[in-house]
Ligand binder design. Structure first.
Ligand SMILES: [Zn+2]
Length: 389
């Protein structure tokens, strides 16, 4: 590849290599040309295999490797061992990459040891730095209050330094005990990919800066409604000042539960508020999302007043339509529009309690009452043909 880059038609042999390949592989922001480092790309691909060894414990290959090389722990604790196979030696090379992004997601905490396991939500250092002797062999499960699935605040304050306490508090807990699972910190969907493993490796090797790729993507990641914070679902639906102002105007209050998970927030809202407020919050949030898209793609700026009034109007129309549907379901009557030739009442088949002929009779009765009320006794009625069923 180097020869391809430096060789030209006029040069003899492989041409003059003005810069080492290593330097050309540096990011453009670091003075290189951003070429892929093939060894690191290969390691990233091996990283995916390593990830499978960590997460796919039911696979036969994983069980064979586990029995042979790390019977007691996980792939992250494994050692090369004596007389390793070629395949194991290759995958083992990727252990460092897997360690870079692998994090425990707390379900019950039973499988997670407090010390020496990556379970904090920090990209720099996901390990607990506190060293209280009571934490040796202690599992995360021991830090939970199972009755209401929350952290035991007293224990946290007693055993951990402030940095750890804050990181532990920020970990979302499930409402009931679950399995502890692994997730990959560099992908939103939680699985390991070559696309995310390679940059992580480059940053670790100081070939890329952390912010190398953020300049371009950053403008897509900042909330377009407040232009202040990163746009997460929780931010745009709950925390954004624009959304809070819409809630304030539409409901008379804004609501936040201190957690970072939108689904938990919404569940909490539904459990603590009346149905009317739940209807309103649903349409307001829907319109906030519409306002965000309108701004992002059509450059249309929406005001809080417009978003709220559009949402409330939509809700009223929707409720009105529901009532109409309910009524028509019971009456089974539908009238065709009046034309210049006269009135055309008719019954239609649909699900309901009434028999078709009763519905037909009722529709005719309704039509006649309407004729009488509209034109009085002067109206004439020519007759009708009975419908066949
Ligand atoms: Zn915002």
């Amino acid at each position: 590849m180097e020869r391809f880059w430096w060789h030209s038609k006029s040069s003899y042999g492989s041409g003059i290599h003005w810069k080492s390949w290593d330097k050309l592989c540096l990011h453009k922001h670091k003075g290189g040309l951003g070429f892929r480092n093939l060894r690191n790309v290969n390691l990233s691909m091996l990283g995916k295999h390593g990830w499978r060894l960590l997460t796919n414990s039911s696979s036969l290959v994983v069980r064979v490797f586990q029995a042979r090389y790390y019977p007691q722990g996980t792939f992250l604790d494994a050692e090369l061992g004596s007389n390793p196979s070629y395949a194991w030696r290759s995958v083992f090379e990727a252990q460092e990459i897997v360690k870079l992004g692998a994090r425990w997601r707390v379900g019950s905490g039973i499988s997670i040891l407090v010390l020496n396991q990556p379970w904090l939500s920090s990209k720099d250092n996901p390990y607990v730095v506190s060293s209280h002797e009571a934490l040796c062999d202690c599992s995360v499960f021991n830090l939970l209050q199972i009755d209401n699935m929350s952290w035991d605040e007293e224990l946290l304050e007693d055993l951990f330094v402030q940095r750890d306490v804050e990181l532990i508090r920020s970990i979302p807990l499930p409402s009931t005990l679950n399995m502890d699972t692994w997730y990959w910190a560099y992908e939103a969907y939680g699985g390991c990919s070559i696309k995310s493993a390679y940059p992580a490796l480059q940053v670790r090797n100081e070939r890329w800066n952390l912010q190398d790729n953020s300049g371009f993507w950053k403008k897509f990641c900042i909330c377009s409604l407040c232009n202040g914070e990163l746009e997460t679902i929780y931010h745009i639906m709950v925390w954004c000042p624009f959304t809070k102002a819409c809630m304030d105007r539409g409901l008379g209050f804004s609501f936040s539960d201190g957690k970072d998970e939108f689904s938990c927030w919404f569940e909490c809202f539904c459990n603590t508020h009346l149905g009317d407020s739940v209807d309103k919050i649903a349409v307001i949030l829907w319109d906030v999302w519409g306002a965000r898209n309108d701004f992002l793609w059509n450059k249309k700026i929406a005001s809080v007043e417009r978003v709220v009034s559009a949402a409330i109007t939509y809700l009223e129309l929707w409720k009105f339509a529901q009532i109409k549907m309910e009524l028509s379901r019971h009456l089974l009557v539908s009238s065709r529009p009046v034309t210049s030739s006269g009135l055309n009442p008719a019954a239609v088949k649909s699900s309901g309690d009434l028999k078709p002929f009763m519905a037909e009779a009722m529709s005719l009765k309704e039509a006649l009452s309407w004729v009488k009320n509209t034109w009085g006794d002067g109206a004439s009625f020519e007759g009708f043909v009975p419908m066949r069923w």
